[in-house]
Ligand binder design. Structure first.
Ligand SMILES: *Cc1c(COP(=O)(O)O)cnc(C)c1O
Length: 383
């Protein structure tokens, strides 16, 4: 049997939606995207939503809109996808890494408080694997530093909630990814939601070169509308061709979450009490179940990946600790011991296939391989 890491749900009706955009004059950002933006604002209960062409570019647009750059520091977790830190580096600011909670792998308010300096301009909590960091507690940890923005990396957390709140409720901006393997996808894409109208206005510029009006608006009134450039922007707008895939997924996303939850629960039941560890559940949280990462003693991890590859089971590593990847090690001189929890998790983790259309047979096959071939490796390495 072959079990892919991920299989998307898009099909014939989605092709029809793209074909409908081909019949309109503007293939790029226009009415289709605007409709999806209203849908997103409704879903998250946040007044402003802007589609972007990736979470990465959306984060760059947010940092540019907040005038964060050279000489500034942004606090990011050491355990995350590289993009969370790269965006800070790309605008010329310094990512200041903090280690994560040993049980949940999430950014902790106390660690943020310890990392604050006079140069701190933003904090980027990452809702890793689909569980939300406590953004309100991180806000409290900032004390009277009202000059510090909170930017949530919600790439894993579309359906997530904490204490009944969705991403964006307590931050300046929350950024989502619609990359090929994410819970909502259009191949490449993303969105930013924000409570602040001024930030939304600036973002509309920073996601489009810094221009004061998009192409659709420039031609809207029949006569040409001049645009100006007030601030530096990037190219982060999402074309309607891709936005057309999002509407139906957003409408039905909450119907698919119980399926993800059931599959994650099946893995948890099969692995409970074994040498294969899993992240702890956060209390009062709705888990978006984006990824299903597990952890084995580091000496067994790469053999486990080989076993999975030979068994034709798709697996990935989410993630190795970011500060000790070669680029960041060379740039800032970090060592494994600087972020021990993140490092230890990163050396032993791998993620199992998890997607709504994974069949029971496929999942039972994965569990059989884990029990038969990987648990003995993990148990031996743990001795
Ligand atoms: C996927 C991902 C991103 C980047 O998203 P893109 O849309 O591919 O730019 C950022 N952060 C995390 C945690 C991710 O998993």
């Amino acid at each position: 049997m072959h079990v892919p890491f991920y299989r998307h749900d898009l099909g014939g009706q989605d092709a029809d939606r793209i074909a409908a955009v081909l019949d309109t004059p503007f293939l790029t950002t226009g009415e289709v995207g605007r409709t999806v933006e209203r849908q997103l604002a409704d879903y998250f209960g946040i007044p402003h939503a802007l589609l972007v062409n990736s979470c990465t570019n959306g984060a760059i647009a947010v940092l540019l809109a907040l005038d964060i750059g050279r000489g500034d520091e942004v606090i990011v977790p050491a355990m995350t996808f590289i993009a969370s830190a790269n965006v800070v580096e790309l605008v010329g600011a310094k990512p200041v890494f903090v280690d994560v909670d040993p049980a949940t792998l999430l950014m902790q308010p106390e660690a943020v408080a310890r990392a604050l300096t006079a140069k701190t301009r933003a904090v980027m909590p990452v809702h890793l694997y689909g569980q939300m960091c406590d953004v309100q507690a991180i806000r409290d940890a900032l004390g009277n530093r009202h000059d510090i923005a909170i930017i949530e990396d919600a790439a894993h957390a579309f359906e997530a909630m904490l204490n009944g709140d969705r991403p964006g409720a307590h931050s300046d901006a929350a950024i989502f990814s619609f990359y090929a393997t994410k819970n909502v996808t259009c191949g490449e894409g993303g969105a930013v939601v924000t409570r602040h109208v001024e930030l939304a206005d600036k973002l509309r510029q920073t996601r489009l070169h810094g221009m004061s009006a998009g192409a659709v608006d420039r031609f809207r009134q029949g006569s040409y509308q001049h645009w100006d450039m007030i601030r530096l922007g990037t190219k982060a707008n999402l074309p309607d061709l891709l936005a057309a895939l999002l509407g139906p997924q957003i409408d039905t996303i909450d119907e698919r979450l119980p399926t993800r939850e059931a599959k994650a629960g099946r893995y948890e039941a099969a692995l409970a009490g074994t040498a294969i560890r899993m992240p702890a559940r956060v209390q009062s949280a709705a888990h978006a179940r984006h990824l299903f990462p597990v952890h084995v003693p580091p000496a067994a991890r790469d053999s486990a990946l080989t076993v999975l590859a030979n068994a034709k089971i798709g697996a990935t590593v989410n993630y190795r600790s970011v500060p000790t990847l070669t680029y960041y090690r060379n740039a800032y001189g970090y060592e494994a011991a600087d972020f021990p929890i993140s490092y230890a998790w990163g050396e032993g983790t791998f993620s199992l296939p998890l997607f709504p259309r994974m069949s029971e047979d496929e999942q039972e096959y994965v569990i059989d391989v884990l029990h038969r071939d990987i648990l003995p490796l993990a148990t031996r390495a743990a001795r």
